[in-house]
Design a protein around this ligand. Structure first.
Ligand SMILES: [Zn+2]
Ligand SMILES: [Zn+2]
Length: 167
């Protein structure tokens, strides 16, 4: 059975359009997805950053989960965090949506982490191989991963992934 093609909405807040287009190109090269043209999206007034000017990634993804009818990636320039973490590059809800911060990453790292988060949106879990789905807590770990491993590619095709929750 061929991989199903999904539409992924590309949302952004104050990120250059050229960068968003390159993110979309990289994501579409990896997955069977149609990424929409970038949609300018505002962080609602009731979602505030913490004292270190970091946004809670959970709040952002739950906000777009309720707002969007399609799967979505939201790219923002602000730093992100989650409970018990100093910062995160991004976060995702399986089969739903993800948020990605460009604040700590160079361009190549942004593409890799975008693919990583979209991988979660397609149901992929963290992988313990040198694979784009390996968890990166710091930027140096991103340089060790380049693409999806064969096992993750097989999982995508199998349609057997049915995790729920946030990662
Ligand atoms: Zn992850
Ligand atoms: Zn893998």
């Amino acid at each position: 059975m061929p991989e199903k093609t999904y539409e992924l909405s590309m949302l952004y807040t104050k990120v250059p359009i050229e960068l968003l287009k390159k993110i979309a190109t990289n994501v579409m090269a990896q997955f069977s997805l149609k990424v929409t043209d970038p949609i300018n999206f505002k962080i609602p007034d009731n979602i505030k950053p913490n004292l270190s000017q970091q946004y809670d990634a959970s709040q952002l993804i739950h906000y777009i989960k309720d707002k969007m009818k399609t799967r979505a990636i939201w790219v923002i320039p602000y730093d992100l965090t989650l409970p018990n973490r100093n910062f995160v590059f991004g976060s995702a809800l399986y089969y739903n949506c993800c948020v990605l911060s460009t604040s700590r990453l160079n361009e190549l790292e942004i593409y890799k982490e975008a693919i990583h988060e979209v991988g979660h949106v397609l149901g992929l879990k963290h992988c313990n191989l040198p694979c784009i789905m390996a968890l990166s807590k710091v930027a140096t770990q991103i340089s060790l991963k380049h693409q999806l491993c064969d096992r993750c590619k097989e999982e995508l095709k199998s349609h057997k992934i049915n995790d729920t929750g946030q990662v």
